[in-house]
Ligand binder design. Structure first.
Ligand SMILES: [Zn+2]
Length: 403
């Protein structure tokens, strides 16, 4: 039996915070009590006590939009063999834990990579957050991201889309992912194809997510009945209401759009002096991300008010950035008007419920697995405290600590 004492415990349900509280964890890695420190000490007098002065305990964070084996943006991408990609993924998984992320959903990786990682995790060959995954993403021929060989499966027509869904299930996918918009208003899959994908995924007992950034792809994805809609950058209030009504969850992944927009701004400044380098294609890309950033800034608060369920995903694909900056996504949500408790709920309870695991992890409550994040400071007063990671527990076992 272990007792963790902290200045406060954020439960993760968007409401409750306990001051001067204790979390009791048993040998099986489950939370057996969340109590006052006095009461916990009385009940479990034999337990080992760890006291985190000036710290906050909250549920381990969940990242619903990760590409754990994303190597295509590496400057030496040509040298990435399958083995190298697996090593990169393993190092990314360890980094995710160090950022307080205890569960991830990978939403497109080279064929078979995530299945291999899941087997390696089970055999204790690597330390990793809990991993849910889609195997490959499904796109139309030449659709979003098509040159990223291995991570994407091209399919056309409702029956081939169904075949592609079945292939992912055969490979061990927990979820199904489609991508249906790129950087132009032309949607990629037809409604018939999207409907077929959702029907097939659900028929085989898998939930499904969809990359849709622009109109009308967003509306088509809502109509098809995807369980989560990724990005939905230009989502309207009316559409957010439809999603709330249908129980569809929005995973905005703002952090990646903000990072890429800033990256383009910086690159444009640096290259402005060098004539010819800022070409038309570069400007088109830059424009898309700057417009995206503007849309999130202008609309997030209004969309939030519709009570559409929002959950965190990060989608980092640029080389040189931390792989799962969920804390940064939470910070952005707060900056754009969300209450810190609700933003933390987006990264904990909401995301766990998306994965149908709300009764297993995602909140600090009795009976749940002890996936816990201990941070220095008070994230409710200052969100950046979420980046001050002291210790991370996965099922009661310490997987990262910084003194
Ligand atoms: Zn993505």
């Amino acid at each position: 039996m272990k007792l963790l004492f902290a200045d406060r415990v954020i439960i993760g349900d968007g409401e409750q915070v306990m001051q001067e509280a204790a979390v009791a964890i048993d040998e099986s890695g489950r939370i057996v009590a969340v109590d006052t420190q006095e009461e916990a000490r009385r009940k479990y007098s034999q337990a080992d006590v760890t006291r985190y002065n000036g710290c906050t305990i909250l549920p381990g964070l969940i990242d619903l939009h990760v590409h754990i084996g994303y190597w295509w943006s590496k400057p030496d991408a040509a040298q990435y063999t399958d083995g190298m990609i697996a090593l990169l993924a393993s190092s990314n998984l360890r980094e995710a834990l160090s950022l307080g992320v205890t569960t991830i959903r990978d939403v497109a990786a080279p064929d078979g990579l995530c299945g291999t990682l899941k087997r390696a995790i089970k055999k204790n060959m690597i330390v990793s957050p809990r991993l849910f995954e889609v195997n490959q993403g499904i796109i139309m021929t030449g659709g979003h991201g098509w040159p990223l060989k291995g991570g994407l499966r091209e399919a056309n027509g409702p029956w081939e889309v169904r075949t592609a869904v079945r292939e992912q299930v055969r490979a061990g996918a927990d979820w199904i992912k489609l991508m249906t918009s790129d950087r132009t208003p032309t949607p990629e899959f037809t409604q018939e194809e999207l409907d077929a994908a959702v029907d097939e995924a659900h028929r085989l007992g898998r939930k499904c997510c969809v990359h849709a950034s622009l109109q009308p792809a967003i509306q088509m994805a809502i109509d098809a009945g995807f369980d989560t809609i990724e990005h939905a950058t230009f989502l309207t209030v009316e559409q957010a209401r439809q999603m709330a009504e249908k129980g569809q969850v929005w995973v905005p992944t703002m952090v990646t759009f903000f990072q890429i927009a800033d990256h383009f701004k910086k690159a444009a400044e640096e290259q402005a002096a060098v004539k010819g380098l800022v070409n038309e294609q570069f400007m088109k890309q830059a424009e898309f991300f700057l417009e995206s950033q503007k849309a999130y800034r202008e609309n997030f608060a209004k969309l939030m008010e519709t009570r559409v369920t929002i959950a965190t995903g990060t989608d980092i694909v640029l080389d040189g950035y931390p792989i799962t900056p969920v804390a940064e996504e939470i910070r952005l949500m707060v900056e754009l008007g969300m209450h810190p408790l609700k933003a933390i709920q987006a990264a904990t309870q909401n995301a766990a419920e998306v994965l149908d695991q709300g009764d297993t992890f995602g909140t600090v409550k009795t009976g749940n697995l002890a996936d816990l994040l201990v941070v220095k400071g008070d994230p409710l007063a200052d969100c950046t405290a979420l980046s001050q990671v002291r210790e991370v527990f996965l099922e009661g076992v310490s997987v990262f600590a910084r003194t």
